[in-house]
Write a protein of this length. Sequence first.
Length: 170
Amino acid sequence: MIFSRNTIFIALLFGAVVLMTASTTVSARDLPKVGLIEDVHLDGVKIDFRAKIDTGAKTSSINARDIKVFKKDGNSWVSFSLVNIKGKRITLKRPVYRFARIRRSGAKVDKRVVVELWMCLGHLHKQAQFTLKNRKRMNYAMLIGRRVLNNNFFVDSAKKDLTVPKCKKK
């Protein structure tokens, strides 16, 4: 049986793609574990939070008060105060990353401001999206959603405090 150059090229290309895909797939057992509740450090603003790990939420959320959207140089910005469980408050101004429409069971769609903040959860140091929401009546001032968790952590919901922020505080 004789194969054309194109057939051989396509077969080799397909094989290379399969090998590259297989080598980048991460097994859950290879990922560091986080429990239902973990400590998170917000880098650059020097404030720590007890966070609930929420695989049902796509975007993370943070306790914010006095949320005011305004224009700066033609772009949308927001000023807000972050408040952690210990009552530590810090006021920030950040560019609005986007607006999110949050659907909750049995409630109206909620439009929320989304900002990016540098965070540290265990070994992970990254800029993450957070919706701003007054979470005063909630048990935790921060939720960590799937955008942070995906391919970074295995969640063991039966445990808590499986990691500590290991990023250098700036």
